[in-house]
Design a protein around this ligand. Structure first.
Ligand SMILES: Nc1ncnc2c1ncn2[C@@H]1O[C@H](COP(=O)(O)OP(=O)(O)OP(=O)(O)O)[C@@H](O)[C@H]1O
Ligand SMILES: [Mg+2]
Length: 280
């Protein structure tokens, strides 16, 4: 059964895009993965398509997630609006013997597109995914830290939420916001099961091995307490601080240091999905 996960925390800079992007790359070695970039910053699109690839995509006026919300491809080379072609919208990034990676890129870069985003039909994305992509094993959606109609669109398109968190001051400020937002969503969509798959501790250790001192210990206790309050599990495998991550995002695997610990987390996430009957 296909899995669909949105990476969300209503706190900025916690590693959502890094984790979503690297999960897509890792899982695509053995699964068919569809990445969806719902963040106007388009960092995931840039990382997966490469800077040049993303620039070409912008220059070519190729369809993006904005067209998914609009529901059609506006006339450009064609003389009239045309239906969206799923294989064109979900661009192929990489294909291997067992896996495949495709992305629906973000292009909320013009004020007009932002207007589309603020008035979007929040179910359009879920409908688009449901009607095609029967071969896809897992959908991973990167979200912006601010709650908007795009967050609701991500919920509609997801079964699970992955919550990255940094053990830092005010670490859990986004937890009650996310909890309330999910409760609201469940209230207005009673037939839709949506759950937090887990909280993943990002940026966990510090170079030098001092574990971050009392601040980190305090933050970890706060995270454990808040997660327990909402019955959210915390993944056993933490993602360490590593200068390897920004490099990995660019696709440079020359020196990764303890960034390779990310793969343990990816394995645990995949295992927990299989345990729940997904990805089988
Ligand atoms: N484990 C890590 N080790 C080192 N640097 C990290 C780690 N995780 C994230 N970073 C860096 O922290 C910054 C923020 O990460 P990222 O963009 O993934 O966060 P985000 O939650 O997506 O942010 P936003 O809320 O703006 O979307 C980036 O520069 C990223 O390279
Ligand atoms: Mg981000």
């Amino acid at each position: 059964m296909r899995a669909a996960i949105s990476v969300i925390n209503m706190k900025g800079g916690v590693g959502k895009t890094t984790i979503a992007t690297l999960l897509c790359r890792r899982l695509a070695q053995s699964l068919k993965v569809l990445a969806i970039d719902l963040d106007p910053q388009a960092n995931m699109s840039q990382a997966l398509m490469g800077e040049d690839g993303y620039r070409r995509f912008l220059d070519d006026n190729s369809p993006s997630v904005v067209e998914v919300f609009k529901g059609y491809q506006p006339p450009s080379s064609a003389p009239s609006p045309t239906p969206l072609d799923a294989t064109e919208v979900a661009r192929a990034i990489r294909r291997s013997r067992n896996g495949e990676l495709r992305i629906i890129p973000s292009r909320f870069d013009f004020s007009n597109n932002l207007r589309v985003a603020s008035t979007a039909d929040e179910q359009a994305l879920a409908r688009f995914i449901a009607n095609g992509f029967h071969d896809i094993d897992i959908v991973i959606i990167d979200c912006a830290p601010t709650e908007s109609v795009l967050t609701r669109a991500a919920y509609h398109a997801s079964r699970h939420i992955l919550v990255p968190v940094r053990p830092e001051y005010f670490a859990t400020i986004g937890f009650p916001l996310l909890h309330r937002s999910l409760e609201d969503f469940r209230g207005s969509n009673p037939g839709h099961d949506i759950d937090v798959l887990g909280v993943v501790i990002n940026d966990a250790f510090y170079d030098g091995g001092n574990q971050g001192g009392p601040e980190r210990i305090r933050a970890m206790a706060e995270i454990e307490g808040e997660a327990a309050k909402h019955h959210w599990r915390i993944f056993d495998n933490q993602i360490p601080f590593s200068r390897g991550f920004p490099k990995m995002m660019r696709g440079d695997h020359s020196w990764l240091g303890n960034a390779t610990m990310f793969y343990n987390f990816a394995r645990e996430l995949r295992h927990s999905l299989s345990e729940e009957g997904y990805l089988s």
